[in-house]
Design a protein around this ligand. Structure first.
Ligand SMILES: NC(=O)c1ccc[n+]([C@@H]2O[C@H](COP(=O)([O-])OP(=O)(O)OC[C@H]3O[C@@H](n4cnc5c(N)ncnc54)[C@H](O)[C@@H]3O)[C@@H](O)[C@H]2O)c1
Length: 374
């Protein structure tokens, strides 16, 4: 069963600090309100400073700090998610004000601009570089926010504190959406970013953070004005922005969720990643699914891609380590060899025969190499 039912209460985010980009309007603004209602302090970043300041005033009127000397429950800063220093400044403001950040939500987004693939484009038209603003806001913005979040979320955290990143993808992040060419590529990118990070960033030896995505279908905000009437005429379900925000608040609050994509339609939410993985051998076929699994196991957390290339000394002895093998595996090998050799020598001395020495040494090298490479 993939139905997800969010569980939230009036104190589920008590004193948590939530940073939200794209929080001045639509779903983001509803999320700001719900986080405040659940007890969190909220840092809002948005390009739209008029709506942002208006929302901030509303927050200050309705939500007050528990004690007088505490910072305000909400702060706002004009932010452009396509500008790295601007995103950084937002995190600095949140950290300076609240001394820590617990959850980060990347909700800023825009819809398709123009038609990159207009079939009336001429040889002359196609010479003009098209705008890539949609890609910049939706994908690059999410990448900037995630990167900076991955560092800030690790600071000033108490023992066992739960921290997470939540990205706004879309139905277009997993299902084809004709004519939303760049938008769809950007939202697939957002889902891909979450998938590439979910095992890496959640490792207790690394960031120890959760990361999830929300994939709303048609939600009643400015973004869907063009299709709203058609949708209603066809009697298709829509979400209110509040319903989507409730799913988002639930995901922030649920410590068991990592690597999920929540499809939201008609106010209901459905997790899609688990069944995609579980049913892979059915939709892909058993043989290719098995090969995929073996490859994934080999690559594990993928550290092989990011390990720095080391300049290697020329040596007449090759131990067969391919370029890019992570340092811990090489260290494992050398420690294994050291231990294996010393065990082999000790055993042969204890056994007291000279013949046993070369055998012990050879066995030691073999065992050490085999055990150490893991
Ligand atoms: N409304 C829907 O039907 C729907 C469906 C699927 C996904 N989504 C996604 O949900 C998220 C919220 O959408 P919404 O419908 O509430 O949209 P919205 O237009 O109501 O709100 C988006 C907010 O992002 C801000 N923004 C735009 N560019 C920015 C930038 N460069 N830097 C900072 N802020 C910027 C806008 O000012 C606005 O406040 C988006 O990521 C959107 O793609 C919406």
């Amino acid at each position: 069963m993939s139905r997800y039912i969010p569980k939230i209460s009036s104190d589920s985010l008590h004193r948590k600090v939530v940073l939200i980009t794209g929080g001045a309007n639509g779903i983001g603004a509803c999320l700001v309100k719900q986080c405040l209602e659940s007890g969190a302090n909220v840092c809002i970043g948005d390009l739209d400073n008029i709506s942002g300041e208006r929302l901030l005033k509303n927050c200050h009127d309705n939500f007050h700090p528990e004690e007088e000397d505490m910072p305000p429950r909400a702060i706002f800063q004009t932010t452009d998610v396509t500008n790295y220093p601007s995103v950084l400044a937002l995190f600095d403001l949140a950290f300076k004000t609240y001394k820590r950040i617990d959850h980060v939500v990347s909700a800023a987004g825009i819809v398709e601009i123009g038609n990159w693939f207009d079939f009336e484009l001429t040889l002359e038209d196609v010479r003009q570089t098209p705008t890539h603003k949609v890609l910049d806001v939706n994908l690059l913005g999410s990448m900037y926010v995630s990167r900076i979040a991955s560092v800030y979320l690790r600071h000033n955290r108490g023992a066992n504190s739960d921290r997470s990143i939540l990205l706004f993808s879309c139905v277009s992040g997993f299902k084809e959406s004709p004519s939303l060419f760049i938008y769809q590529a950007s939202k697939h990118g957002v889902t891909g970013l979450m998938r590439s990070l979910r095992n890496y960033i959640s490792s207790p030896y690394k960031h120890s953070l959760r990361i999830n995505t929300i994939c709303p279908w048609v939600t009643q905000t400015e973004s869907i004005k063009k299709v709203e009437a058609q949708w209603k005429n066809a009697d298709l379900p829509t979400n209110t922005p509040d319903e989507v925000a409730t799913v988002a608040t639930g995901v922030l609050n649920d410590q068991s969720l990592n690597g999920t994509s929540m499809f939201v339609e008609g106010g209901r939410s459905w997790e899609i990643e688990h069944n995609l993985n579980r049913l892979e051998s059915e939709w892909l076929g058993e043989a290719p699914s098995k090969v995929l699994r073996l490859g994934q196991q080999l690559l594990a957390d993928g550290a092989i891609w990011t390990a720095p290339e080391r300049a290697r000394k020329r040596s007449s002895v090759s131990c067969g380590i391919p370029p890019g093998v992570p340092l811990h595996k090489i260290n494992g090998l050398s420690n294994g060899l050291k231990n294996g050799i010393s065990n082999g020598v000790n055993n042969s001395i204890t056994n007291g025969t000279t013949n046993a020495l070369p055998n012990g040494l050879a066995n030691g090298v073999l065992n050490g190499a085999t055990n150490g490479i893991h």
